[in-house]
Design a protein around this ligand. Structure first.
Ligand code: SF4
Length: 111
């Protein structure tokens, strides 16, 4: 699968997850449209990045820390498990940005 098709596929999956989670407004759907840059190994994010699901303690997606510990590699959508989050019990993509102050907490594995 080429890069454009893979990115499109991830956007479709993200929108489907938003719909499955009961997020029905156009605004909410737009919130879930992300430019996910996938490689053969998954979607990569700098491990020091704050306010993104991939580096958050409460994210329940499939992810790992790279061998050099500089990146988080995510390969799925994940549940938000933070009751204080507006996305609680919803599926979010790894690069979802947390905009509510005081909600994102660094993933313990990155400490
Ligand atoms: S939506 Fe916010 S609180 Fe929930 S996992 Fe993502 S960054 Fe963390």
């Amino acid at each position: 699968m080429d890069q454009n098709r893979r990115t499109f596929a991830m956007q479709v999956v993200g929108l489907a997850a938003a719909a499955a989670a009961g997020i029905g407004t156009a605004e909410a759907a737009a919130e879930h449209q992300h430019e996910i840059q996938m490689s053969a190994d998954g979607w990569k994010l700098d491990a020091s990045t704050k306010f993104r699901c991939a580096t958050c303690r409460f994210w329940g997606g499939m992810r790992k820390i790279s061998d050099d510990k500089k990146q988080v590699v995510a390969v799925s959508l994940g549940w938000c498990n933070n009751p204080a989050s507006p996305m609680y019990r919803s599926m979010t993509p790894a690069d979802h940005e947390m905009t509510k102050a005081g909600v994102w907490v660094k993933w313990d594995a990155l400490s």
